[in-house]
Design a protein around this ligand. Sequence first.
Ligand code: B12
Length: 342
Amino acid sequence: MDSLAKQIKNAALNMGYEKCGIIKISDMTGYEEKLNERIQRIPEIKPYYEGFYRFVHLQDTYPWAKSIVICVRQYGKYNIPEHLEGLIAKYYLVDSRRDENSEDFQDSLKFEAYMQELGLKTATERKFGITALRWAALKAGLGIVRKNNFFYTESGSWAYLEAWLIDKELEAIEIPKIKECPEKCNLCIKSCPTSSLSEPYTMNRSSCVSCLTTWEGWDLPHEKFNKEMGSWVFGCDVCQDVCPMNKGTWNAEEEFPRLSELSKQISLEKILQMDYTFLENVMQPKFWYIEKHNVWKWKTNAINAMVNDYKEQYREYIFHACNDSNVKVREMAEWAIKKLNL
Ligand code: B12
């Protein structure tokens, strides 16, 4: 391995990344095939996935780019408030992509600055990734992609990925020493609440609970999968939670900044009582997939979760929501009252 590649890799590991690899831009061509295959199998997702071709044709936007530095960072090290398990996906509770208070975010800035000090030109996209991150990590041999589409290292799938483009041709590729999924195992597919994950390596983003609780699901009374969404109000972890390859891989030993404090203000009942200033100024910056002008969705998601596992204590909160200032919330509450015969 080139000594510059070695320096980059060592710096990443010293800054808390579990793994770091470097691939050529041309290694992304295989992703285009996978994207074509996915669109062919699930044609209705085409409008949402067309933008992802930019993940392959990186030099259209960054003509100077030569290689991709791809890093893996564990988040399965954080304490997750017990009462939020099954309500909010773990990744979003400890999401450092836009959280400047987190060590992970600060390390990401430091790592980029370090590469620049080495004389490299860099580019990244901290929100949604500058390229197809799983594919890049797979090509760098940092781990494998399992049937649930998740990227796994020896430490499981509770890891997020980050990539930088650099203007030098370098390579740092590993050979993963991880066992493939057992041939007969289909627990993730069987457990997907909406059958969004329908076959190995195939999922429909539009029926994924994670999507229905964030980017979609705007009309829950008429949503085909409102029942299947179960207790989830933001994201979903089912296909990772049931995976035998993830057994014993969550080792909580650190606190994510401000999570414990914030979590005390979150429950289904408390969401219904949240005022819009709190939703817009506290919840939105943390759980940023639901935009400021749509924060009412937290309440419709919470009512849906209440309906799916109804308890008598929810009654007063649902009735209270009939007076909410937002019409979508009032409609949802009235739908729930009818559905539950309250
Ligand atoms: C769009 C997107 C979403 C969309 C659509 C999901 C999707 N899978 O396309 C939505 C909003 C639903 C979503 C949700 C979530 N996401 Co998301 N998402 C992305 C994003 C931006 C692009 C994904 C993409 O390229 N999709 C296109 C399809 C074609 O790719 P794919 O589904 O990943 O499939 C790959 C494999 O199937 C593989 N493949 C296909 N066939 C075969 C065959 C074999 C044999 C092999 C080996 C591989 C293989 O190739 C594909 C391309 O890499 C990435 C970030 C990025 N820039 O890469 C994050 C990313 C994939 N998301 C991530 C996470 C954590 C989530 C959530 C778990 C959050 C949550 N808890 O709710 C959920 C999980 C949903 C789910 N069950 O997949 C992580 C995954 C980390 C990991 N360890 O894998 C990523 C990488 C973000 C990050 N910074 O780390 N996501």
